[in-house]
Design a protein around this ligand. Structure first.
Ligand code: PDD
Length: 287
């Protein structure tokens, strides 16, 4: 089945979809994005992603080319057309294509580029990695200072994943001034020996994860203590459990950090419990 994608108001086969070579997303990474997961053919936390998208556009003085109602409609239509039961919807909005390459932002009458496509991922919620846990390395956080804006500048995160792969690991946690900021494409957490969840507080240093917000809410409801503060790699290595969250991986246990086992090196009790609560509650609230 050829995938149907959305480009600037049209639903097209992916082979016919076109974006200008002058698009500022392509030339300057002048664009923002969202990734929303689909379970049981429904969108997980669409509202959270739509709100963060609005914030990203505002922070970059970008126009809002589609209303949130229209966006929901487009997401749903793509899920339906591509028969997605489990998978992802990727959305990207760029500042559009000016007549030529120019660092200066184009005038407001240049239309934004809006692209959406689906990724079919059967078994997304039953990812075997969630049973086994994953291994991370730590690397220097060399990204720009506005990581709270979900821009498409993903070269360094991409390089980070390659560095992890080269060391036989699955992902990298980024470290700045001795403390973990977040993962290459996820938020990072530890569970202390006392059973407290620790994750870095919100600021411009990290992306304000939509999964993070939900997980912290569910943890508090389950009477689990949460501390929002930075932690070190050493603390992670000495923690009882560790994990990360993202819209595509949900809640993922981390069992090794820089070659050192976290706890006994096996998936613990708390992380699978949080994952289960998250999936159950989010499935119920899906649209
Ligand atoms: N990444 N931090 C970074 C740097 C991210 O790129 C992401 C998401 C997160 C988690 O945010 P959320 O829970 O809203 O997905 C944190 C997406 C999934 C991606 O780039 O594919």
């Amino acid at each position: 089945m050829t995938r149907t994608v959305y480009v600037n108001g049209e639903y097209l086969p992916e082979t016919e979809a076109k974006v200008s070579i002058f698009d500022r997303g392509f030339l300057f990474a002048d664009g923002v994005y969202e990734v929303t997961s689909v379970l049981d053919g429904k969108l997980i936390d669409f509202e959270g992603h739509a709100k963060r998208l609005t914030r990203s556009l505002n922070e970059l003085d970008m126009p809002h080319p589609v209303t949130m109602d229209e966006l929901l409609e487009i997401h749903r239509e793509l899920v339906k057309l591509n028969e997605i039961e489990e998978g992802l919807v990727y959305l990207q909005i760029t500042r559009g294509a000016d007549a030529d390459r120019d660092f200066v932002f184009p005038s407001a009458d240049v239309p934004a580029t809006v692209v959406l496509f689906t990724q079919n991922k059967p078994g997304l919620a039953d990812n075997p990695a969630a049973q086994k846990g994953i291994k991370v390395i730590s690397i220097d956080d060399q990204r720009w200072g506005r990581r709270d804006i979900k821009t498409v500048q993903l070269l360094y995160p991409s390089m980070g994943k390659m560095m992890a792969k080269a060391q036989g690991c699955d992902d990298a946690w980024l470290v700045e001034d001795g403390y973990v900021t977040e993962g290459t494409s996820n938020n990072a957490y530890i569970v202390t020996q006392e059973g407290t969840i620790v994750t870095r507080q919100l600021s411009n240093d990290i992306l304000h994860g939509i999964t993070r917000a939900a997980v912290l809410r569910f943890a508090k409801e389950a009477q689990i203590k949460v501390e929002e503060r930075p932690f070190t790699i050493e603390e992670a290595q000495n923690a009882k459990e560790a994990f990360f969250t993202s819209a595509s991986a949900f809640v993922m246990p981390v069992v090794e950090v820089d070659g050192k086992a976290v706890g006994d090196g096996k998936v613990g009790d708390m992380v699978p419990r949080i994952r289960e609560i998250y999936l159950e509650e989010m499935r119920k609230a899906a649209v």
